[in-house]
Design a binder for this molecule. Structure first.
Ligand code: ZN
Length: 160
């Protein structure tokens, strides 16, 4: 029986809660999440705890911020001009912007008006201890193409 290991495509159902037990995110019934194990498709703390599990296994994984979405940074960013963003933005959306060194880095929209967009360097879940409840649905070896791309293809994966 195959177990979760590097270069395998893993399908899971999950519920993600915070310390208060409030649900932050969850896979939908009939729409499990699929990812490529060992390629940082999911937060490292969860990936580590899924290693070696098999189909049908259920587990609770508690992931500290440093193995999840990181600790919140203290950096404050200048607001960016609204016209630098597409029409249909929402709070919580992620964008890649160039920093002062010309490197691309991810930012998240906090709020915006007609003039400016306030962004934050932190993932919205930075600093949050993550409580995952996971059920392993399927495990299969990745195809050569998937390994080359570093992500899953086909249903629920990348379409291209
Ligand atoms: Zn691809």
């Amino acid at each position: 029986m195959s177990t979760i290991q590097k270069d395998h495509v893993v399908t899971i159902h999950y519920i993600l809660r915070d310390d208060d037990g409030d649900v932050i995110d969850a896979s939908e019934a009939g729409e499990p999440m699929i990812y490529l194990h060992g390629h940082e498709n999911i937060v490292p703390g969860l990936e580590k705890q899924l290693e070696g599990k098999k189909v049908g296994d259920k587990l609770t994984a508690v992931v500290e911020p440093e193995d999840g979405y990181g600790e919140p940074s203290v950096a404050e960013l200048e607001p960016l001009p609204r016209e630098a963003f597409p029409e249909d933005i929402e709070a919580g959306m992620q964008f890649m912007v160039e920093d002062d060194d010309g490197d691309l880095c991810p930012v998240w929209i906090v709020e915006f008006d007609d003039e400016v967009v306030h962004v934050d360097l932190d993932h919205p879940l930075a600093g949050v201890r993550l409580h995952f409840e996971v059920e392993i649905v399927e495990i299969r070896p990745a195809t050569k193409e998937e390994l080359a791309h570093g992500h899953v293809h086909g249903e629920h994966g990348h379409e291209h």
